[in-house]
Design a protein around this ligand. Sequence first.
Ligand SMILES: *Cc1c(COP(=O)(O)O)cnc(C)c1O
Length: 408
Amino acid sequence: MDSARTHSTSPSDDVRTTGPTGRALATEAVHAGRDDLAALGLHAPPIDLSTTYPSYDSRGEAARIDAFATTGADPDGPPVYGRLGNPTVARFETALARLEGTEAAVAFASGMAALSAVLLVRASAGLRHVVAVRPLYGCSDHLLTAGLLGSEVTWTDPAGIADALRPDTGLVLVESPANPTLAEVDLRAVAHACGSVPLLVDNTFATPVLQRPAGHGARLVLHSATKYLGGHGDVLAGVVACDEELAGRLRQVRFATGGVLHPLAGYLLLRGLSTLPVRVRAASANAAVLVERLAADPRVARVHYPRIGGAMVSFEVHGDPHEVIGRVRLITPAVSLGSVDTLIQHPASISHRIVDADDRRGAGVGDRLLRLSVGLEDVDDLWADLDRALGERTAGASSSREALVRAD
Ligand SMILES: *Cc1c(COP(=O)(O)O)cnc(C)c1O
């Protein structure tokens, strides 16, 4: 792995960081976005399904639309129309911003809709060039490589970022830990290399429980909220945490292009956030046990696990990875991640299939790599399933502690 990739921080630094309210992360997870509920006489947040908002004051509505067109700030009072904003979704946005330590957050219909909006914001400022570090989630790679939104990408390693910047560079994009190899970048060093160009960190794998990139200099923090933030495999969503200026531009793009989040999804995400720290820590403890057992197993060639920890594990098998997928019974053989149940998938066949095979292998996504999203089941039950799925223990395969590759 690239030697420039090192861990950015110890996880305990971030877990203990308190937000602008002076409260700890675990407290914010339960209370942020709900501060007004007791005064409303409510315990659970209300779900506002309105697509439109009646008003007898059309002069006032015109002023609110003009203000939104100028700043992109959330309208004062009712949002006029559902594409400008939604009070239930706004609760989730408030909560996520507090967890990531940013001024604002803007939610979208999916992680890809969120990334698309960021690219459109930068392109509309005439800054179409993107510098990015592989590996990225397969569809993020595809969106950039195919230039679907008119962007042009330069792929580099973290040490090459400063040299790759051009006058028209609008964004630097990294994932850490990266999907699916769990490679990490030194966020502080990367942010420094970006200079005045905004750095976007896809924080989907780490979640704000393990890492808060804004504190290390990232101007934009992106999540596929479909994964850990929702946490139960029943919501498709994306969100960008950032400063209020960029949030305004993102809301304007969301209004104009329509990738809004449904209010029910906003409710489920807010509910998911309240258990995020507990879920991430419990799943990470399971993952650490499985990492030890996989690394000691002769059927496993390499195990990838990031220094900051977490519940994602990747490993390369000596045998046929398709056979392993076919043999799991308790573990769910499915793409996606971050759910309460454990999922396994073969990146070269599914999550990263859309990436050109040479680019994929060049980014460290080998054909024998399997990606495991560890859930909340009993760890011995998980190991029993994995052990059986790995198949016969053949003689001759090497087993040593060196099989564990920290993602650096
Ligand atoms: C899944 C994923 C995405 C895309 O999110 P969707 O919600 O599926 O659109 C982006 N980045 C990472 C790291 C992901 O795992």
